[in-house]
Structure formats: C-alpha cells, structure tokens
Design a binder for this molecule. Structure first.
Ligand code: PA5
Length: 358
C-alpha cells in the first residue's frame, strides 16, 4: 500500500511511464477527438454498406469490440469483430472493413486486410504506421493515423474514439455528441480522483489493486458493453500486471460457470471476484447477479461490486474502461512489476515473423 503512495518508488517501478499515460487519458481522448475532425473520409463516404467488420488483435482489437458493443443495438446493418486471420465468408465488396493495428504489423490484421483488398471491400485503416499503413496507401484507402510511441493498449483512446466518430460522420452510427462530451468530462473528473497523488485511502483504483494483491482476479461483466469491459480488465491485468486473470459475463455464466464454483474451494478462496454493476440494472440482471453472489460467495476470497456510472452508454463504457486500466497499472506497481514491457508477446511475434521470411 505504501508503495502506491510513494512517488519515488512509483518512478523506479515505472521507468517508461505507463501510469503517466493513464493519468493523461483525458488529454488523449481530447486529442483523439481532434484527430477525428481532421480525418479525410471522402474516399469512403456516400456508400451504403451491408455491414461493418472490425479486425484487430489484443489492445487494438479491443477498439472494434467496444465500438461494436456500443452500436450494435442501434445500427441497421451487420456489425462484426474479427480476432484472427480470416474474415467471415459473408463479408464481401459491399462491406466496410475497419482494420485496427497500432503497430500496423500484426500478422492476423494484415492477413485480413489483404483479404479485404482481394474482395474489393471498402477499407478504413486505423494505425500508427507499419504494413497496414503501406497497404492502405498502395490501395488508396482511408486512414486514421494515430500518434506513435505508445503501447497499443495505452493508445486505446486514439484507436477507438476517432474510429467511432468516423462511423458517425459516415452516417453509420447515430450517436449524440452530448454523450461523448459527458464521457470525456467524466474521465477528466475520474482521473483527478485516481491519480498517483490521491492516497490509497481515497483512491478507488489503488484500493482495487490492493484488494487483488496476490489473489487471482476474476472479472464479471454483463451482455453488451460491460462484457467487453470485463474482457478489457482481464487483458489489462494480464499485460500490465503480468498476472493471470479470468473473465465471464452474465447471463451466459449462469448456465455453466456458476456451477463450477462448487469444487476446489481451497484454491478459489484465494480468488477475488470483481463484478461490474450498473445502478439501473434491469430486474432480471440484478436478480441474477445478487443470487449468483449468494450462491458462490463462500468459495471466494472476496467479492467486489464495482459501480458503473454515467447517463449515456458511452460515458459508462469509457469510465469503466479507465478504472480497470489504471487499477491494473497500480496492481503492477504494487507487485513490483514494470507495467510497460510485454516481452512474451514480442517474442511470439518475432517467432511468427520468421515464418514470413522463410
Ligand atoms: O497490448 C498489446 O501490446 C497487444 O495486445 C497488441 O495490441 C497486439 O499484439 C496487437 O498488436 P497491434 O496493436 O500493434 O496490432
């Protein structure tokens, strides 16, 4: 706990400044909104698309996940998020393919974009450079160019907000700018409450990190955007804190995972379950969550219910995302782990790159 309130220890443990990136998330969102204003969409405007497919992996792929979850119930065309090497068979020349890769060099995303080129689909590339930028240039595609120098997961604001606003400009998404402003204001407010300067006693993100400590976290969300956010928390805990973490979502988990908490209590009593909860849950969801807690509580070390706040879905999503991101960085620092490097991902990518050279 003391570690998190000691600026010198934080500086030593975080030489590349991941916490600073999180503390500046509001500024990143403001810049991201400016990037959206300057993007040239003329090449892809004025078309009627049969669907939008987002393709991307890891930190970049999350941009597609969250946008899809925010828009899928209000748009009248298909939306899909692909995490892998191949686009689904139903994607054709009438689709918009949104390829998101921060580095621009992720094998799976590059494979999908090459497929999209062959299909004659319309392409929007979101990247800081690399092969994706090159392919986009070669085929005269629209590009959202994002600033380089970040870890992909630390650039999530740059990756998702201009993309969402581009879809709005294209007339695919009908989203009120008031909602975006609400979200940005809420992040500004939250980041002041969660910054390193705010001691653990008053800082919910630090408290979450302390509650997890050396226990295994499990994150539960709910169908829709909170499902994505639960997944994001899991990924951020993996990548920043180098800690195993698992996730699931209501209502599906009530049809399987709930039963799984019966055995291995001596192991699972060292788990902490974190449940993302809206204040205005529909009765069916509220009852599910409350009942699930009472059914499984005794086999868990701790259950933490995290309130998700905000009027609009956008605001709820972006603030819940932010809380998980910064809490995972505090968990890293608490555990004496440098949050920035992801050596295992780098090593894997190096091995895979050899395949392209052979
Ligand atoms: O957070 C990370 O570093 C990873 O999850 C990457 O985002 C993932 O490997 C894909 O790389 P990129 O975002 O450059 O496409």
């Amino acid at each position: 706990m003391e570690k998190l309130d000691d600026p010198q220890q934080i500086a030593q443990l975080d030489p590349q400044g991941m916490l600073q990136v999180e503390e500046a998330f509001y500024t990143q969102l403001v810049q991201a909104r400016e990037i959206a204003q300057s993007v040239d969409l003329s090449k892809i405007s004025g078309k009627k698309y049969a669907g939008v497919v987002f393709t991307g992996m890891g930190g970049s792929g999350f941009a597609g996940d969250i946008i899809k979850s925010l828009i899928e119930h209000s748009v009248h065309i298909f939306t899909e998020s692909v995490k892998g090497y191949r686009l689904p068979g139903y994607v054709n020349k009438d689709w918009l393919v949104v390829a998101v890769s921060y580095s621009g060099n992720t094998q799976e995303t590059v494979a999908c974009i090459e497929q999209a080129v062959k299909l004659g689909a319309t392409i929007l590339a979101v990247t800081s450079g690399g092969r994706l930028a090159q392919i986009a240039q070669d085929h005269d595609c629209a590009v959202i160019k994002v600033p380089s120098g970040f870890q992909p997961r630390g650039a999530i604001g740059f990756l998702f907000l201009p993309t969402l606003l581009a879809l709005k400009k294209l007339g695919i998404v009908h989203m009120d700018l008031v909602d975006i402003n609400e979200g940005l204001d809420a992040v500004k407010n939250l980041s002041a409450r969660l910054s390193r300067k705010v001691p653990t006693g008053k800082n919910f993100a630090k408290q979450l990190a302390c509650a997890i400590g050396d226990r295994l976290p499990v994150i539960y969300g709910t169908q829709g955007y909170l499902r994505c956010i639960a997944y994001r928390w899991k990924c951020e805990i993996n990548e920043n804190a180098k800690t195993p973490c698992f996730w699931a979502h209501f209502p599906e988990l009530n049809h399987n995972e709930t039963v799984g908490w019966e055995r291995l209590a001596s192991v699972t009593r060292n788990f902490v379950l974190i449940i993302l909860r809206e204040q205005d849950e529909p009765p069916s969801i509220k009852t599910r969550i409350d009942t699930t807690i009472s059914l499984i509580r005794e086999n868990l070390g701790q259950v933490i219910e995290v309130p998700v706040e905000g009027r609009s879905l956008f605001c709820r999503a972006v603030t819940a995302l932010y809380l998980g991101d910064i809490a995972s960085v505090y968990l890293a620092l608490l555990s004496g782990v440098d949050p920035t490097p992801v050596e295992k991902i780098e090593k894997l990518k190096q091995e895979l790159a050899k395949l392209d050279q052979s």
